[in-house]
Ligand binder design. Structure first.
Ligand code: SF4
Ligand code: SF4
Length: 208
């Protein structure tokens, strides 16, 4: 009867429910022990163990490895990944690209950019203070998109843990170090011009 019930249940639905036969509960302690052993050491246990050992073996011997040993190994990040910002310099002179226009400060939806400007001895406007509060920044990329000078881009520095929040929010921390100027990739990172930007420009048709 119980068997019939089970089969009926199986054919009815898509899921295979198994009804437990509770009419013969073990009575003595030994029967209970036997039932526990039977249920614990079913063949499924060894199938599970085999799958675990097989995956462990293939990982240890380098085949089918799905993880990286961070921080010794790192995944390559996409060129347009939005990590901590970089402030770029002009390659020719080493001056800041930033002209202190304030557009990034205005567009920032988290209101986390604070800046101040002054005129230098040549009456050229330059930034005197520039900070991004990374505790508030949501890495939306608007500041990099709006910058007319391509001065601020999102670089690839994503390990931004620090004991001091202030230690990676100053202009100087984001600015390319002057001795690294030669290795600065012009316009690299999110917010930069894409390599095939020229091909994407539609020329205005002229009537004359
Ligand atoms: S990425 Fe977005 S939130 Fe962060 S500083 Fe730029 S505009 Fe503000
Ligand atoms: S980083 Fe760009 S948008 Fe922001 S003040 Fe400088 S030039 Fe203007």
């Amino acid at each position: 009867m119980n068997e019939m019930l089970k089969n009926e249940e199986r054919t009815k639905g898509t899921q295979e429910y198994v009804l437990l036969d509770l009419s013969h509960s073990p009575e003595s302690g030994f029967d209970q022990f036997t039932q526990v052993v039977k249920r614990t050491f079913g063949k499924e246990l060894f199938v599970g163990l085999w799958v675990t050992l097989r995956e462990m073996g293939s990982t240890l011997f380098g085949k089918g490895k799905h993880t990286v040993s961070y921080p010794l190994e790192k995944m390559p990040i996409a060129p347009r990944y939005r990590a901590i910002h970089d402030m770029l310099r002009l390659l020719e002179s080493g001056n800041y690209r930033c002209i202190g226009c304030g557009l990034c400060e205005k567009i920032c939806i988290s209101n986390c950019i604070a800046m101040d400007t002054r005129y230098d001895e040549n009456q050229r406007k330059e930034v005197s203070e520039y900070t991004i509060n990374f505790g508030r920044c949501i890495f939306c990329g608007y500041c990099a998109e709006v910058c007319p000078e391509l001065a601020i881009v999102h670089g690839g520095r994503y390990e931004n843990a620090s004991e001091q929040r202030a230690s990676f929010s100053l202009f100087e921390d984001m600015l390319t170090p002057i001795d690294m100027l030669k290795s600065q990739n012009e316009f690299d990172g999110f917010g930069a011009i894409s390599p095939n930007a020229d091909e994407n420009i539609k020329k205005t048709p002229l009537a004359y």
